[in-house]
Design a protein around this ligand. Structure first.
Ligand SMILES: [Zn+2]
Length: 302
């Protein structure tokens, strides 16, 4: 199994809740377990402009290139719109495309980045400039490498951009499990939304996940690829969310999603998504758990 990553994911956002150091720290923690060889780590490339165009409008593309946004548009992004953040979005997208291709070759791949599910075709919202999930799937669908795909989005926040992009596309099934009364406050309709009240813990979350997975595979028994957005902001200690999953609960969630794909021999690509704890080491530990579960599954002992 390969891990897709780039040192250039770490940029300076000052006191922003999105710690971009978490990608490096996640890889550090995975390395400490001694389970990976350096040859498994592949550098994320920049996405091609033609890849971006499979999802995003030409007007929006121009705005990103020219850094030409209105004050309202800049406010919605909730991150500075600079050449550095735009470049990061391009590379994160290239990373997710590469990870998806590797998942098709090897059965499983983790991108130590990605999961920017709030980006819409013509606007940036909630830290997300380019919807790497949607772009990677469109690139593979357009080139007929796959004929269908499913998105399992377990980030605390709804995958609203992804849901919107694929709202009338029968080739992609979108499943989002998220906190009901959290950002985005104007929800989109996924093929399956599981809305969870504040305070939901492991004991309600995990059965709800099982039901959602069963429904997904009833609706689309054999997707050509599953994209799992494994955001860890459902953690009880998260600063932006109010779900109450434990660290073990998150690991169990990951195991169930990974097993659902691996046991059916459906290629699985994983992106890290959100996670906003009080410090970057804690969130990196949670993301590293996801990587460790994927490595265990790839070894056949998951
Ligand atoms: Zn999130």
């Amino acid at each position: 199994m390969h891990l897709i990553y780039s040192d250039s994911y770490e940029i300076s956002l000052d006191l922003h809740p999105w710690y971009t150091s978490k990608y490096r720290l996640t890889l550090d923690q995975v390395r400490k377990h001694g389970l990976i060889d350096e040859s498994q780590i592949l550098e994320a490339p920049l996405a091609d402009d033609s890849d971006i165009a499979t999802v995003h409008s030409i007007d929006y593309y121009r705005k990103l290139i020219d850094l030409d946004f209105s004050d309202d548009e800049a406010k919605d992004a909730e991150i500075p719109l600079t050449s550095e953040t735009v470049n990061l979005a391009w590379r994160m997208t290239g990373g997710t495309i590469l990870a998806s291709r590797k998942a098709l070759e090897d059965g499983l791949c983790v991108h130590l980045g990605g999961g920017f599910h709030h980006a819409f075709p013509n606007r940036a919202t909630g830290f997300c400039l380019l919807n790497d999930i949607a772009i990677s799937l469109r690139v593979l669908l357009r080139s007929q490498v796959i004929e269908s795909a499913a998105v399992i989005d377990c980030d605390l926040h709804q995958g609203d951009g992804t849901a919107h992009i694929f709202r009338s596309d029968p080739q992609v099934f979108t499943l989002s499990m998220h906190q009901q009364d959290a950002f985005p406050f104007c929800k989109q309709r996924s093929d399956l939304d599981v809305e969870l009240p504040s305070g939901t813990g492991d004991e309600l979350y995990l059965p709800a996940l099982d039901s959602a997975l069963a429904r997904l595979f009833t609706e689309m028994p054999r997707p050509g690829l599953i994209h799992y957005q494994a955001g860890v902001d459902a953690y009880a200690g998260d600063l932006l969310g109010r779900l109450k999953l434990t660290e073990n609960g998150l690991r169990e969630r990951d195991r169930r999603v990974i097993d659902a794909a691996v046991s059916r021999k459906i290629p699985l690509v994983i992106t890290l998504g959100g996670g906003y704890t009080a410090g970057p080491y804690e969130v990196a530990r949670l993301h590293a758990n996801t990587v460790l579960e994927a490595l265990a599954a790839a070894r056949g002992d998951g």
